[in-house]
Design a binder for this molecule. Sequence first.
Ligand code: SF4
Length: 361
Amino acid sequence: MDRSAPREQRRRSWRPRQLLITRSARDHAHGRAIAERAATLGISVTELPGNQLRLGLPDDERRAYAAAKSTLAVVNAPPSKLRLQPIAPSADWRVDLAEGCPAHCAYCYLAGSLKGPPITRVYANLDEITAALPLYLGQGRITSRSAARAHEGTTFEASCYTDPLALEPLTGSLAALIRFFGAWEADVQLRFTSKFADVSSLLDLPHGGRTRMRASINPPAYHRFEAGTDPVAARLRALRRMAEAGYKVGLTIAPIIAADGWRDAYAALIAAAAEQLRDVPNLDLTAELITHRFTPGSREVLTSWYPGSDLEMDPEQRAEKRTKFAGTKFVYPPELMKDLKAFFHEELAATLPQARILYWT
Ligand code: SF4
């Protein structure tokens, strides 16, 4: 728990009901440290005899979901994860510390990308993950090739398949990666985004100005779509603390949801961000704008996980687009997209002009 945060913003960090650790994950000091930390907190720790995760989930779909979501597995990142992939439009490369997330967002993009029960897996072989990164220095094909963003250096995104801050109190993986980038005397940037707020263990790290944290935010009225995450006011306060600690920071406004009253809701959100970041010395602030979308697959998974959600996911109200993998995704219709885009660009320019918009999608 972050005791230096205001009382109303404190919330106990996530505690899984059980932790499973595979045999090969126990070969790594980082994996053993995660298991020891969990045991100290009273979490049930099971040492698996091999490297297969045997979950023994109940047949009932709801109970299986709940059991998977409350399980943390410590495993080794497979060799395929050590060969990095580009991740447009965020960064040159994706670096994964974990896969899965303990929160329950009704729009979660992971629902369409990760297969199987939504168990959270954290990687024990952090030494192998960081050892792979220098191979990619100067090899970027996304931000490095953008005239507007090449100055960021080779960029590495750590939030593609997880929310790394949600897991940090148990894993310490993000802190280790920030230290790695802090000590890496090269033109590089680590990026992560989060819907969580406990940054206490990150503030004093030797980050070398090579990490950008973004707070992933939405209006408080949409918090009902983000069960298990920290309140948006706490996320913004965390971002301010990171900025005051010399980190580069940003806002990931995502997913932008065009529900009734969206203009007022997002205008108030941007005003709240401006107020929270007011007078931060040497503020280096960006904004990333991502509209809500879904695929047939993610819609099916999400409606089974969150049948009571009133989040609109109606293909009839959407425009259909092809994904880069030849699949289908549903986005807002072109006219609405135009309105949304114009609104966010104007509102940010008027209320938070320090924010450099990195992309709109
Ligand atoms: S915090 Fe992010 S990764 Fe976690 S459930 Fe919500 S959208 Fe998914």
